[in-house]
Design a protein around this ligand. Sequence first.
Ligand SMILES: [Zn+2]
Ligand SMILES: [Zn+2]
Length: 256
Amino acid sequence: MKPKAAIPCIRDICKVESLYKYNYETRTYRGEVSYVGYRTKVETERVTIGSSIIEMAYSKNDEMAVTNESNFFVCEACGYSDLDDTLFRKTKTLKHKNSSGFQCGNNLLKRFSLGYRFETDVLQLRFLSPDLSDYEQSISILHGLMRGICAELNIEQDEIAGCVQYYFNDITGRANSSMIFFDKTPGGAGHVRRLTEPGVVENVLRQTLRIMESCNCGGADKDSSCYQCLRNYYNQKYHDILSRGVVIDFIKELLE
Ligand SMILES: [Zn+2]
Ligand SMILES: [Zn+2]
């Protein structure tokens, strides 16, 4: 992933970098990937498998963004920073002194974030019917599909990545999760493009189902995940919500 341009919220790169090093040991930052989607020419295609309808949209050299939200609240007037793990808000109010020891005139501290954008090939997969509206269910299915994609395309788990983004599903009339997959190599390595070839998406679904069913974690109710099925180094922050049973149920419904 090649950093392309800084997101404008960065005010002081040096300060951010020193905070970022601090994070390396303490895991203060959490990287969040999102799809910017600035390409207007996106090839969209509908695939039907049995009675299921899936929509695919592929775009070359499209844009993704990575933002990292920290637990540091920073005063934009004097640079004072306060580490606070307990707040989820974007701002906090705190009286503080500046580096010269005088009371600072500004009490509003803002959560510090940094980020970058990069270009790569992007594939969106939307399950129009049956649809996907629950967030945790979507996360399990996203990571299950990535296992299936790697098996079908014979690639390693660090060659593609994905995220979930909302869209409005016209068929079911509600907010749904769109699965976004992208090549991690700058400019795209051609992996996600291969998913648009005929029959590949169905093969990915079958591979995913096979991998999820061949694991035995969680016993009979399958409400669990492990390194053999859904978990990997890159999805550590989701380990607690990943469930192979959720993936099995949804794909079986799709393939029926
Ligand atoms: Zn201040
Ligand atoms: Zn497992």
